[in-house]
Design a protein around this ligand. Structure first.
Ligand code: FES
Length: 200
């Protein structure tokens, strides 16, 4: 079985106009976008990688919620889509393997930890956002299939930094062909306000 999902080869998808059936048998229009795979291919904690009109995207299911984000990191084109998952004060983030930037999978915000001074010493402070640096995309599920409505840059769409690397094949292909992350294999750990991993 292929270890990735691409626009025209996703198992369970066809390239015709997407439609979905209701349990009653009537047919309705499927969610906007392109089918990237079957729901069964994306268990809790798993991810799917796809290439949509040249753009590499990663779909994740975390705590039952779907997210879709550009696979290639805005910072220097790293393979963000295969990064560990980390919880930053309740925000699920991908951690880029190259320089460990933490990117919110739901909003595309890039987080950093501020510093504070206590008794003349510099200590880790609160986590803050540098703003949206990675583009996220609408994703929906219907009739056992997952659809991504990839946002294209340009036109009237405000630019996001990750647009610069969105179609970069050097790391995009690496992410696309990565072995599927098995449920439970994601490293999921929380980072407290003091910056230390929660160890309990
Ligand atoms: S490439 Fe530098 S943090 Fe991702």
């Amino acid at each position: 079985m292929k270890l990735f999902r691409s626009l025209f080869s996703a198992p369970g998808c066809d390239s015709s106009t997407p439609q979905a059936s209701t349990p009653e048998g009537s047919v309705h229009q499927a969610p906007p976008g392109v089918c990237v795979g079957e729901s069964s291919a994306l268990p809790e904690g798993g991810r799917l990688h796809a290439r949509l009109e040249g753009r590499y995207v990663t779909v994740l299911r975390l705590d039952g919620k779907l997210s879709c984000i550009d696979s290639v990191c805005f910072h220097a084109g790293g393979p963000l889509g295969i990064g560990d998952i980390e919880d930053v004060n309740g925000h699920k983030c991908l951690v880029c393997p190259w320089h460990f930037y933490k990117i919110d999978v739901d909003t595309g915000d890039k987080y950093y930890q501020g510093v504070e001074f206590q008794n003349g010493k510099m200590v880790p402070g609160e986590w803050k956002s540098n703003g949206v640096r990675q583009r996220v995309h609408p994703v929906a599920e219907a009739d056992g299939k997952i659809y991504v409505d990839a946002v294209k840059g340009g036109g009237g769409v405000a630019k996001v930094d990750s647009d610069n690397y969105a179609c970069d094949a050097s790391c995009g292909e690496r992410v696309l062909h990565a072995p599927p992350a098995k449920a439970g294999k994601n490293r999921l750990h929380s980072v407290g306000g003091d910056g230390r991993a929660v160890t309990c």
